[in-house]
Structures are given as structure tokens and as C-alpha cells.
Design a protein around this ligand. Sequence first.
Ligand code: G3P
Ligand code: CA
Length: 245
Amino acid sequence: MKIISHRGASAYAPENTLKAFALAVEMGSHEFEFDVHQTRDGILVVHHDFDLKRTAGKDVRIADLTWAELKKYNVAAHFKRDRAFQHVPRLEEVIDVIGPVSRWLNFEVKNDGNVYPGIEEKLLAFLRSQPGLFEKTIVSSFDHGTLRRFRELSPELKLAYLGHNLSTVLLLPALKKARAVGAVNFHLALRIAFKFNISKIKKAGFRACVYTVNEKKDALRMKEIGVDGIFTNHPDILGKWTLKG
Ligand code: G3P
Ligand code: CA
């Protein structure tokens, strides 16, 4: 089962910052997940929310800021344990930190309602700009139109279906949608990660990864029911709970 650093080692350092990714590397991570947005001047950056309200305490949207403006905000401001300045990293800064040790990279593209037109082309160009990067990449998005556009642009790109507000009742239609875009993975929330659902997903031919798993009992249950990967804010569980394999 893959132990995937979720927004870096985000339990210990401000999520989606270079500090969080460097710490995840230090903790021995080889698999990473992070969230991709685009600035007003077309720079790909890594941050969870569409705005900086929660992380920097500022009511500004990434889509409205240039990179030069965005990089001035402290997105560690929300993180009580360590508020020392951290900027929203550019995508290539993150890959510089985690790329050399990474074996599997999940770029989650936040593009609800196509708020970042052209982000698909831009990310594909980036993935092709570094040797070996495309091959170890899987792209996911809660926005189905985004997944469809990725598939139209690239038949080879690995895609993961990400179920928004998914329930057991909605699982079958979601599996159909995942198949329609040629997804290889199906990523689902812990609250619906039961044996029945996982076996439906796997029987349909997908690998199942579950977010966000931060407790030992849940991690062990995921392994038991055949989950292929867990997204965790505590990537150090890798050594502690010996979940690998
Ligand atoms: O990609 C898995 C998970 O990160 C999706 O939810 O809200 O944490 O981006 P969220
Ligand atoms: Ca995410």
C-alpha cells in the first residue's frame, strides 16, 4: 500500500509549502500529492484553496494575482506550530524538492468550473519538460470537465477520478464516469472507504486510494480491505506502523 504525503508532511509543517515537502522527503516519502492552481499571469502554483483566506488570512484569489503579487503572502500564517514565512510555491519549486526522490506524483488540479482556462495544456507542457516526470505522474481533479480535457489532449496521461461528495449510492455512476475518461485510479474519501465499496472499485479495474488517513486504526483497516494507497498528513507513519507492502 502506497503511503502518500498529502500536501507534504502537512501535520508538521504548513501544508503545500516547500517546508512541508522538504520534511516529507526527510521522512522518507516517495509518493506525494499536492494541489495545483494558476496565477493571473499563467504561473502554475501549489496551494489547496482557491483563495488565501484560510492560510494567509487574506481575502484574495489566486486567479486574480500575478506570481509577483502572490509570493508576498505568508501562507504559514494559519499554522500555529510554525508561522515563519512561507510563500505559495511555484510548481517547479516543489518538483525541485520532491522530484529526485519521487516515484509517484499526484497532481490534483483545482479547476472547478474551468476557473483557470488553459491549465491543462500548461501542466502537460511542464510534465513533458523534465525527463521521467510524465511517466510517474497521475493527474486528478474534482472537476470532471478538467479530466475530460486532459484526456482529449493526451491519451497516455494517467488520470485518477476524484469523487466529490461521493456516497455509496453514487458509486456506480461515478465508476462509469471514471471509465469514460480512461482513469486508472479512483480516489475516494475515508468516510466511504468500506470493504464493499473498495471491492466494487477494484472489480471495475481501478486502483483505489483513500484520503485522508491520519490514524493508525484507519490505516490498518485500509490495508486489510485491499486499498492501494492512502493519502496522509503524517508520512512518518511509513516507518512507525510498517504499512508498506
Ligand atoms: O487528492 C486527494 C485529496 O487531497 C482530495 O481532497 O480537499 O484534500 O484536496 P482535498
Ligand atoms: Ca488535494
